[in-house]
Design a protein around this ligand. Sequence first.
Ligand SMILES: C[S@@+](CC[C@H](N)C(=O)[O-])C[C@H]1O[C@@H](n2cnc3c(N)ncnc32)[C@H](O)[C@@H]1O
Length: 309
Amino acid sequence: MDRCELERLDGELRSQWGIDLRSIEEPRWWDDLARECHGERFALFRELQLRYSERACGAQADESLERAFYDLVAEEPFSGFVHSHRRGVILDAAVLVDDLIEREGITGRVLDVGCHVGYLAAWLARRDAAVVVACDICRPALAAGRLRCRALGRRGEFVEADLLPAGGDGRFDVIVAIDVLPEERQAGLRGLRRLAAGLSAGGWLILSTGHPLDVAWSPLSRVRESLDTMGLGFVEAGCLGGVVAAGHEPLAQNVFVLRRGGSQSLPEDCVDRARRGWSAFLEYTSTPGVADREKSQAWFELAGTPRDC
Ligand SMILES: C[S@@+](CC[C@H](N)C(=O)[O-])C[C@H]1O[C@@H](n2cnc3c(N)ncnc32)[C@H](O)[C@@H]1O
């Protein structure tokens, strides 16, 4: 993606979805949020957020808590405030998928699974060639996404579905699963199997877990066996995300591109490969003159290209 398009994406995230450079780790975050919402909703959000953030990686998911949290986060201003913390991940994921669609000339169906309010799906739906389907189990988020997508004049379809929409077997040329599969190996791989079934022959799966894959789904040897059984080949490993707010630790996570029918097994060092560019990225983030909002992987890749759009 070129710089103009990346600036457009960043602008769209900010203006349409309230996703901006800010982090829940900033002391002012809670005060800013309190100023923008009703006291009762704020109190409810604070309680749910606290309980939600205390979940441990690998622990059994508390489904009703998760659902209540995501239902509330579908409302403004929570949606923008909460998703801003993951702005770099969201931005970089959009670029990665967009570049894949462009490079491979994909014109079929693209599924954004666990789309929440649909910022990624809406962005991808600006392309006339691809048919974008977004699914989630959170009805308020789907309703918000549908409305916004329509207001943007785009054709994305928002459907309620547990991972794979009904009749979705073999239908999708790209499936994007960012932070949606459970971070517990058995449940995570069960979900992955469902998604693999949704791919067309040669279809692509973009998978990212919040914690590194060898932590989320340990041990990796079991993940490799399962991917082989599902017929999912490894294509590449990378990183999404970066600086979330001035002076705060960068937030980044691994991402894997897999392909149905691909022959390469998941490499043992796949998590290290995902981190490979990290020290160069950190060096870039400490370069004088680089704006904080440009400190993510997608911006890093553009470093040195002309600025004028
Ligand atoms: C952390 S958010 C990630 C949103 C988005 N993918 C992103 O990366 O910004 C997780 C989303 O997955 C949804 N989700 C959780 N389990 C799901 C399932 N089984 N099927 C569909 N969506 C699910 C939640 O409702 C929530 O909207």
